[in-house]
Design a protein around this ligand. Structure first.
Ligand SMILES: Nc1ncnc2c1ncn2[C@@H]1O[C@H](COP(=O)(O)OP(=O)(O)OP(=O)(O)O)[C@@H](O)[C@H]1O
Ligand SMILES: [Mg+2]
Length: 486
């Protein structure tokens, strides 16, 4: 699994198009102050004076909460995407997303839109779905699937459906009006949920995926109590609690605790064929966040195994999220997916910013260039050109051999050549019209019988002769006779 493709600036495209309706569409976009060639703009930055008709541009719209659309990784990646000659990125202002009907939202050809819970307001996913229905842009991350991603029960259901390994789990759903009426039997060192037993240590996760108050319960043998995880606050991500009994209100997933080496593997896909992974200290350990001198959380490099890459591909495709973050727990020689977060960029990695922009840009071009009549093919990267230094100079490297092979067995031809001189053969030749076309095919039993009769007659005549030319003829006649007698 790797990134592929090349930056758009290397692609020589055609000159601009002048299809009226298309220009109208584009101009409308410009008038709304949402686009500018090779540049990234927000809705407020309109400058019609500077506007000169661009070449036919593919507009990529970013529709998310400001905190996300103005984040560093987003800015870095979109700046790189703008380097594609035919791509223009526009950002939907949060105020428009929240307050304007979708009919007034900017136009775009490709939409990068994702749900998040802002500090005050949450992203209006319903409106985004409505917008996508109205304008039908190419969706980088499917919107309807984002409803499922907000519910851990649905996430686990989909993972299970895809045959992806995940911790053994059970769902405890509570009616808020009758919280006691649920399928929970609690013991000192275990819980029984819907009849399924989870001995401590086990993990208790709120069904709402945005609720990060995940609790881990320790067995009595380890001193009991629980570790309460939460969304990072400064240098802390969890705290120990002496409380050993589980929460009695709310709906939770209970799952077996997977013993890792103390790190979580965070995976970030960009399409089914690209995934970046890094490890972080698990918040379940002591809750102290490891930070470097710049205050950034310490990350450990990770190489995904072939199996894990396959799982990354499955997750990306099952949730229809090109850009998708999820967590692996490496335990007992396996990797288990314990969390799928949907749209998420790697932070502070130039390599990822470069790769991500290339993969997304190439994806957009591949999908949309044909309908925009933009000539486009993914050009080779320097590293893709198979030239290698060898002891005898620089050479093209043989990357593969394609062979088309078939077996050499075939049925031997059953043919016999025989020169004939006897008038009987010529009579036969004439009788069946051989002189008309200069050749003759005899297939009918009666005809073959006649050939056999001649062979027998000649053999009888030749009986007494012994010279070698006649011997040879005799041999052929005998062969003819044997075959016809079979
Ligand atoms: N089954 C498990 N076994 C062991 N540790 C687990 C298990 N499930 C979760 N954890 C630990 O708890 C942490 C939080 O769990 P999870 O990722 O499911 O919740 P989250 O709050 O949605 O996380 P995120 O911040 O990534 O959205 C994980 O990173 C992992 O360290
Ligand atoms: Mg997680």
């Amino acid at each position: 699994m790797s990134s592929s493709g090349v930056e758009g600036r290397d692609q020589n495209g055609s000159s601009s198009f002048s299809i009226a309706s298309e220009n109208e569409h584009r101009q409308k976009t410009k008038r709304e102050g949402m686009g500018n060639e090779g540049d990234m703009r927000t809705g407020e930055e309109e400058d019609e004076e500077c506007y000169s008709p661009p070449e036919r541009q593919i507009v990529v719209g970013i529709c998310s909460m400001t905190k996300k659309s103005q984040s560093k990784p987003m800015t870095q990646i979109m700046e790189r995407m703008c380097k594609f000659q035919y791509i223009t990125v526009i950002i939907f202002p949060e105020e428009v997303i929240l307050n304007e009907p979708v009919e007034n939202w900017p136009l775009c050809d490709c939409l990068i839109s994702f749900h998040s819970k802002g500090t005050n307001e949450r992203f209006p996913l319903d409106k985004a779905v409505e917008y996508a229905k109205l304008r039908n842009p190419l969706l980088i991350n499917d919107l309807k699937m984002q409803y499922y991603i907000q519910d851990r029960r649905e996430v686990y259901r989909i993972l299970q459906q895809e045959g992806i390994d995940l911790p053994r789990y059970a769902v405890l759903t509570r009616d808020p009006d009758r919280p006691e009426e649920c399928n929970l039997v609690e013991g000192e060192d275990q819980v029984e949920v819907n009849g399924e037993v989870f001995p401590k240590p086990f993990v208790e996760k709120p069904v709402c995926a945005e609720d990060h108050n995940v609790y881990i319960y320790y067995p009595t043998s380890a001193g009991g109590g629980s570790q309460r995880l939460f969304r990072k606050i400064g240098s802390r991500s969890s705290v120990y609690s002496p409380e050993s009994s589980v929460r009695k209100s709310g709906s939770y997933i209970y799952e077996e605790f997977m013993p890792t080496d103390g790190t979580d593997v965070k995976v970030y896909t960009v399409g089914p064929d690209y995934a970046h992974a890094e490890a972080r200290k698990s918040p379940a350990l002591d809750g102290k966040v490891e930070r470097d001198s710049e205050g950034k959380e310490i990350r450990y490099p990770v190489m995904l195994s072939a199996m894990e890459k396959l799982v990354a591909r499955k997750v990306c495709m099952a949730f229809k999220q090109t850009v998708c973050g999820f967590d692996f727990l490496r335990a007992n020689g396996h990797s288990y997916v314990c969390d799928v977060n949907g749209f998420s960029f790697v932070k502070n990695s130039m390599k990822y910013y470069d790769d991500c922009a290339k993969v997304l840009g190439n994806m957009v071009m591949r999908e949309l260039a044909p309908q925009f009549h933009i000539p486009w093919s993914i050009p080779l990267e320097a590293e893709d050109i198979p030239i290698v230094p060898t002891t005898s100079g620089t050479m093209m490297e043989l990357r593969c051999v394609i062979a088309i092979i078939r077996h050499g067995d075939r049925t031997p031809k059953q043919k016999m050549k025989m020169e004939v001189r006897h008038p009987l053969f010529f009579e036969l030749f004439e009788k069946y019209g051989g002189y008309k076309s200069g050749k003759l095919k005899l297939k009918k039993p009666k005809q073959l019988q006649e050939v056999l009769d001649i062979a027998r007659l000649l053999l009888a005549e030749l009986g007494q002769h012994t010279d070698c030319e006649i011997e040879e003829k005799k041999g052929k006649l005998e062969q003819l006779k044997t075959v016809l007698e079979m």
